[in-house]
Design a binder for this molecule. Structure first.
Ligand code: FES
Ligand SMILES: [Fe+2]
Length: 383
């Protein structure tokens, strides 16, 4: 007889201490490819996007030659951040502090009052420091190291498990953009994402259109993959009511919900694709930005599909806990609110002297344990 695995692999401090958080920023988030947006975000010369990758602030800019380049967002004079997260397209990059000016290719072009103030300045050695940039599956990625291994090498093994949509061909559904500020450590949010055990319980009223008994999941390298088919009842309903053929083959319809390391969740359904980008802000604070794309032809179909899904869900068990509270997340009918509620409550409990980890589900929480082992390995074994 198999035994339940022992928990915890990571100590409580891993979810609550500033020291752990700081070391994760250095050892994990500064040494991996970071999600920087969708390819459409930087599509003409002078357009840019800035992103935090662990301890590094990096911007991607398109040059006059149409090439994407990434630079550390640090002025070579006294280090001021050059570009804010979003802004107008520009021809040159000028530091706000003393107006040192750089080309879109990262060369230092001009220094005010140079002859009097910096008579010996070697302009050629003061170009912006390069980082790596890549586009992969319709997304932009940066790595602080200009000589990083390729993004294909980093994600290659997991690619066949990510889902059937061609992300590059989908269009962004701007109204689908959402941002959440969650009062929980980033690993609690990731563990919730890859926990198969909670789906039939926490989400009994919201995700019942999937067949949680037929989950296929696991890790390829540091990346987690997950797929579950539509429930037979819901699949029959979709087929009956679909106004046009589904965008993907029926046997692939379901939820593809991988979690790329560290903290880049993807989610594909029969007619949409989303990225669930997690940024740690503090030991117990995580920002999640969700962006969604859809097949062009399915925009209309999507609206009607959502309605069908909603009607289907609302016939299900709603409001697991009887509550007079109109804001009860468990009665919201929104699985994100349910997840956020669970994550935040779990984080709160970690502060209690009475908290201890209970036994861990053999299969349903295997991914959670593997993720904890992975984090421990990246942290150097002992944390
Ligand atoms: S710090 Fe950028 S010009 Fe001085
Ligand atoms: Fe969930």
């Amino acid at each position: 007889m198999k035994k339940n695995a022992a928990m915890p692999i990571l100590p409580v401090e891993a979810y609550s201490s500033q020291d752990w958080y700081d070391r994760e920023q250095e050892r994990i988030f500064s040494r991996t490819w970071a999600f920087a947006g969708l390819v459409g975000d930087v599509s003409e010369p002078g357009q840019y996007v800035a992103v935090q990758a662990g301890l590094n602030n990096i911007f991607i800019v398109m040059g006059e030659d149409g090439q994407l380049r990434a630079f550390h967002n640090i002025c070579r004079h006294r280090g001021t951040q050059l570009l804010r997260a979003v802004g107008k397209t520009r021809k040159v990059i000028t530091c706000p502090y003393h107006d040192w000016t750089y080309s879109l290719e990262g060369c230092l072009l001009a220094v005010p009052d140079r002859r009097n103030q910096f008579p010996d300045l070697d302009m050629a050695s003061l170009g912006l420091k390069k980082a790596s940039v890549a586009s992969w599956r319709g997304m932009l990625w940066v790595h602080p190291d200009e000589n990083a291994d390729s993004v294909e090498k980093w994600f290659g093994g997991v690619e066949p498990h990510l889902g059937p949509h061609k992300v590059e061909e989908l269009v962004e559904y701007k109204k689908g953009r959402a941002e959440y500020d969650i009062a929980a450590n980033w690993k609690i949010v990731v563990e919730n994402y890859i926990d198969g055990y909670h789906l039939a319980h926490l989400h009994s009223g919201t995700l019942s259109m999937y067949d949680h008994k037929r989950i296929e999941s696991g890790f390829v390298g540091p990346h987690f993959f997950f797929w579950e088919p539509l429930s037979p009842e819901y699949a029959a309903d979709v087929e009956k009511k679909a106004p046009s053929p589904l965008v993907i083959p029926a046997e692939q319809a379901g939820a593809w919900v991988p979690m790329l390391f560290p903290g880049i969740g993807l989610a594909e359904s029969e007619d949409s694709w989303s990225v669930f980008h997690l940024t740690p802000l503090a030991p117990a604070r995580t920002r999640v930005v969700v962006r969604t794309k859809m097949a062009d032809a399915s925009l209309l179909a999507f609206a009607s599909q959502s309605l069908r899904s909603y009607n289907f869900w609302s016939n299900r068990v709603r409001g697991k806990y009887d509550s007079e509270d109109g804001d009860d997340p468990m009665a919201s009918g929104d699985f994100m609110q349910e997840d956020i509620y669970a994550c935040e409550q779990q984080q709160r409990s970690l502060a209690s002297p009475y908290f201890e980890h209970g036994p861990s589900a053999l299969k349903g929480e295997a991914g959670v344990r593997q993720h904890q082992e992975l984090v421990m390995a990246w942290m150097g074994g002992s944390g």
